[in-house]
Design a protein around this ligand. Structure first.
Ligand code: MTE
Ligand code: MOS
Length: 754
């Protein structure tokens, strides 16, 4: 490998650092209008009237749109169309962020004035604000039960497992919301010429294109979605940009003018998706030696007012509910419930952090009861080739799970560390330190339920000066995909990474490559790019071998040069030569997922194409007087098959750990009657630079995946997933009390004393 594993400068670093990159809010078009959204601001009720008369009188208000103006289908829903785009009169409002009317005005100020003058009348209904209230089904949010979706794994003989058990642990867990807190809020600018051009901050431009087409009753050919530079998504820009874009697109369609809609932070927090709060009930059977015999669990996810992506999130919850362990007897049930609150959806980890917290906490409890080290109990149950996951997926390759455990054990000098912590705790009365292990796995790709979307394409062009342009159907949202893609091309064609440009995708110019989620870009777009680059290499080699009369095998591509027999030419010169000789310098690659066998009825089979694995050990210090928790040191190791972009991978791990730390220690959405009170970062607290650990020890295992590009798997989400359970266990360990709820509150730490 020439480029893999080296330090490479991010290809979009300079533009971003210099403020040159264009985000949605940076787009302006002549004659552009500014949009505002009128929300219901009531959690549950019947919409009786929308009065726009006063607002329409304001000079500069060009259009006020309601449900009556929607030319296509006025509904959204990835699995079930249960969400109105604009709530019709006579129908239900189901959460405060339901959209009632849209305003297009000559200036943002005018739009805001108009917003205040629109009067809506809603007959309020009692609401459902918790999982407990929802499952009682006394108040129905939709026409049927509030328990909207169920998924289950039923495998083996659980009764026997519990009969044979030496130890049974039963425990309940509760997890809260998490807000994505991307730096750039949701935003869209439309341009209307012969067709609709939509400049959107989004992870999934093809979702936006299809959803807008449905709302406006247009052909896909008439909608070009251009993904703008995206300042963070974290799952929050998977389906949500469709709902936002449709608003501006409708106004643009009605006025035939460009429209800009940039969300304020308050609007963004009020209306858009979060990580699902959960309640889970676990019962796990262990043998004396620590072996897990069986897992029974019932997990409720609070979907909020509409199902959006929840049924898909629940699939991942289900598959990850027993953790990264080999378990033969399983009864996992995941239930998605409706409440009159903000709809929840995709968030890095996609329904797995909630359950990994539970199972990893139980592993610690069992270790303690059985007098086994928490490290050992994880090694004992870890997956390896020839073992089966909880869905019965027989693993045949690329299982670096145990290697990640071992590497963390060694890197942390664990036995010595344990002694040091013990000494510290003996010396300090009010400051206590704790260590926490977490071992996790992550199913790469969309999985057995999403295979129809699991393909990706890339178009690679060599310009006549040797520079290279690429368009992929997946997106950069900060995770470093562009650089990873450029490194793969550089590895194959030898051209320098800095001479490769990865373009923003446009839906009219590239095939639908599915959503940029599920940490799938490296495998899917990476493979597509690899296929295209290899075709280009073959085109060049074929030409050169006949032109120069050399054997194909004698031609090498490396470090920006093409070598043959003792000669070398720059890649740039070769490109020019090829161009002047009519060599084909544009190629496409397409990669699709191998077929998975899965029984959805019983949750048994090959859930994902492969799995990434990780182990994290965290050290925290807890101040028993103030309740302050400090994450001091972290050791983490990921098996991602192959490290393509080393610096990028380390960056993902740092960011993931910090975001995971926020979830456990800081972040809390406070609500009253379903309405969010914490609408900005003054009261929704996320970690800052002052909260991050002073030591991150990041390492990787490269247990290659035969289908991955050069063996690579995925890292984007696992980088977060090991953090919450590891930090949670470390705090429990420090205060010598097994916690069962996040975010950890000060009350959990400071128990009333004498
Ligand atoms: N990293 C940054 N900086 N910004 C992001 O928005 N999103 C995460 C993860 N890492 C995100 C990120 C999520 S939710 C996913 S699914 C993956 O990146 C997607 O990118 P990948 O497919 O390249 O892993
Ligand atoms: Mo990531 S939650 O799959 O966008």
């Amino acid at each position: 490998m020439n480029v893999f594993g080296n330090k490479v400068i991010r290809i979009d670093a300079k533009e971003k650092a210099n403020g040159v990159s264009k985000y949605a809010a940076d787009y302006y078009f002549p004659n552009m209008l500014y949009a505002e959204v009128v929300h219901a601001n009531i959690s549950h009720g019947i919409l009786e009237d929308i009065d726009t008369e006063e607002a329409e009188k304001i000079p500069g208000v060009i259009k006020i749109a309601t449900y009556k103006d929607v030319p296509g289908i006025n509904k959204f829903g990835h699995v079930v169309e249960d969400m109105p785009f604009l709530v019709p009169i006579g129908e239900k409002v189901r959460f405060e962020g339901d959209a009632i009317a849209l305003i297009a005005a000559e200036s943002p100020e005018i739009a805001k004035i108009a917003k205040k003058l629109i009067k809506i009348k809603v007959k309020e209904l009692p609401g459902v604000f918790s999982i407990e209230e929802a499952i009682e089904d006394k108040i129905l949010i939709h026409d049927k039960s509030n328990i909207g979706f169920k998924r289950k794994i039923k495998r083996g003989n659980l009764e026997k497992a519990f009969n044979d058990a030496d130890l049974t642990i039963s425990k309940q867990f509760e997890t809260g919301y998490q807000e994505h807190a991307y730096l750039e809020t949701q935003g869209i600018v439309t341009n209307f010429s012969t067709n609709l051009e939509l400049y959107v901050s989004a992870q999934c431009p093809f979702y936006v294109q299809k959803d807008v087409a449905k709302i406006l009753n247009l052909d896909l050919k008439d909608i070009n979605v251009i993904q703008t530079e995206t300042g963070g998504g974290f799952g929050g820009k998977e389906d949500v940009p469709s709902y936002i874009t449709a608003k501006a697109a409708l106004l643009s369609y009605l006025t035939k003018r460009p429209v800009k809609l940039i969300y304020s932070r308050e609007m963004d927090i009020l209306e858009t998706s979060k990580r699902h709060p959960s309640k889970s009930y676990y019962k796990v059977a262990f043998k004396k030696d620590g072996t897990i015999l069986g897992v029974k669990s019932k997990i409720y996810l609070d979907m909020g007012a509409y199902s959006t992506l929840s049924p898909i999130v629940m699939y991942r919850t289900m598959v990850h509910a027993c953790g990264a362990y080999s378990v033969d007897n399983v009864d996992v049930e995941v239930l998605g419930v409706y409440t009159n609150k903000v709809p929840c959806g995709a968030f890095r980890g996609f329904g797995s952090p909630q359950v990994l917290l539970a199972i990893e906490s139980i592993m610690d409890l069992a270790a303690k009861k059985l007098n086994i080290d928490p490290y050992e109990i994880r090694v004992k149950n870890a997956l390896e080739i020839g073992k089966k996951t909880s869905t019965g997926h027989l693993l045949k390759e690329s299982v670096g799970a145990k290697k990640t455990l071992k590497k963390v054990y060694i890197a942390s000098n664990y036995e010595k560390l344990k002694r040091e912590i013990q000494e510290f705790n003996e010396k300090n009365l009010y400051k206590k330190r704790g260590l926490g292990w977490a071992h996790i796995f992550y199913g790469v790709s969309l999985g057995a339920g999403g295979q129809f979307l699991d393909g990706a394409t890339a178009v690679v062009n060599i310009q006549s000066d040797g520079t290279i342009t690429v368009m992929i159907g997946n997106t950069e949202m900060g995770q470093g995909a562009k650089t990873t893609i450029a490194i793969i091309i550089s590895e194959i064609l030898g051209q320098d990474v800095s001479k490769i440009r990865v373009l923003q995708p446009q839906t009219l110019f590239i095939q639908d490559s599915g959503p940029t989620v599920a940490s799938r870009t490296t495998v899917f777009s990476g493979n597509a790019v690899k296929i295209a680059a290899e075709k280009l290499k073959e085109n060049i080699i074929s030409f050169l071998s006949s032109y120069l009369k050399v054997q194909k095998e004698e031609i090498l591509f490396k470090d920006g040069y093409v070598y043959f027999k003792n000669k070398k030419f720059s890649f740039d010169e070769i490109a020019k030569l090829c161009n002047d000789n009519n060599v084909k310098l544009s190629e496409t690659g397409w990669y699709k997922t191998p077929k998975l066998n899965f029984d959805h009825e019983n949750g048994i089979g090959e859930a994902y194409i492969t799995y990434s694995y990780a182990t994290q050990l965290s050290m925290v210090e807890v101040d028993l007087l103030t309740g302050k928790i400090e994450l001091k040191k972290v050791w983490v190791c990921h098996d991602i098959g192959k490290v393509i972009n080393l610096e990028g991978a380390i960056g993902q791990v740092h960011g993931g750990i910090i975001q995971g730390m926020g979830y456990v220690l800081f972040e809390e959405i406070k609500q009253k009657n379903g309405k969010i009170l914490t609408k900005n970062f003054n009261n929704y607290l996320i970690p800052t630079i002052k909260d991050i650990p002073n030591e991150f020890n990041v390492d990787f295992v490269e247990d290659e995946f035969s289908q991955g590009p050069f063996g690579a798997k995925g890292l984007g989400e696992p980088s977060l997933m090991s953090a919450p359970p590891s930090i949670f266990n470390a705090v429990s360990n420090a205060i010598k009390k097994a916690l069962n709820k996040i975010p950890i509150s000060i009350k959990d730490i400071i128990t009333e004393k004498e």
